[in-house]
Design a protein around this ligand. Structure first.
Ligand SMILES: [Zn+2]
Length: 278
């Protein structure tokens, strides 16, 4: 892959690094009236250094949705950055790639339905218990949505009928109330009724910040050590490398694919008269 946006930066030279960071192209992180900017690259077609043949084809592709085909390097970058930075497109028809701060946020879902895909904020309750005492108490707690005080559970007929002492019952009630805190009464999916499963890794979502990055930053200030400058240069160079990878993916599309017009036939609902069956 030939570097197009990437630049060589001398990481031993403070002034070379500062020049690189201060001279880097920037674009808005939101709309222009927010005046917040970050490191960016102009990826409009006429700025991609294409051959005239590729250029013609690129304009033909303007109405084709190919972004998903070429955006893969952004996911790798975001992952490599431990989700603390990501890249978004901005500008009319996404003509700019912009570096953003980001972070992962848990969605709060604890289980999901393998049948219909519905997610649930509660866990699936345990299927088996060590003994009948635990099972009876757990069932009472789940049935009442864990909403009573321990003493109230002690008074329930099913729990009163258990042969262990009240002290032991209270111990179990307190322990199970804590264990079943996030569980729903049953494992049934609220939409389709099929059994749900707990997530082994709770799902999260990437939150993208629209804050500016290094806007009007004084890199000569003392808190910018050589090491922190190097880290910043590393980040911006990695961003440029992703822009190059996306440009290469785009050029590969131009080389490997043609735009053709296809008429798609889709089912349409119409009303018709049908004679009674004899
Ligand atoms: Zn379901």
């Amino acid at each position: 892959m030939t570097p197009f946006f990437q630049k060589k930066v001398d990481r031993r030279s403070r002034s070379a690094m500062v020049d690189f960071l201060q001279g880097h192209y920037r674009y808005n992180t939101m709309s222009s009236w927010n005046r917040l900017t970050s490191y960016a690259n102009n990826t409009k077609i006429h700025r991609l250094g294409l051959s005239s043949e590729q250029d013609d084809k690129a304009y033909e592709m303007l109405n084709v949705d190919f972004w998903e085909e070429i955006r893969g390097p952004i996911d790798d970058f975001t992952h490599d950055q431990s989700h603390r930075h990501t890249i978004c497109s901005n500008g009319r028809s996404g003509g700019y790639l912009v570096l953003h701060e980001s972070h992962l946020k848990l969605t709060g879902h604890l289980s999901y339905c393998p049948t219909c895909g519905q997610r649930n904020f509660k866990k699936v309750p345990p299927v088996t218990y060590q003994d009948v005492n635990k099972e009876v108490i757990a069932r009472e707690i789940l049935r009442s949505q864990n909403s009573w005080l321990p003493g109230v559970y002690l008074g329930q007929p099913a729990i009163q009928a258990l042969t262990i002492s009240d002290d032991k019952k209270l111990l179990l009630i307190n322990r199970l109330k804590a264990e079943l805190k996030d569980c729903s009464a049953s494992d049934a999916c609220g939409v389709c009724g099929n059994p749900r499963s707990n997530f082994s890794v709770p799902p999260s979502r990437l939150m993208v910040a629209s804050r500016s990055i290094d806007q009007c930053e004084d890199f000569d200030a003392e808190d910018w050590s050589m090491e922190s400058l190097r880290d910043r240069v590393e980040l911006v160079c990695a961003f440029d490398a992703v822009c190059d990878a996306i440009r290469s993916n785009f050029i590969a599309l131009l080389v490997d694919y043609d735009v053709v017009e296809i008429t798609e036939h889709r089912p349409v609902q119409v009303k018709k008269l049908v004679a009674h069956a004899a």
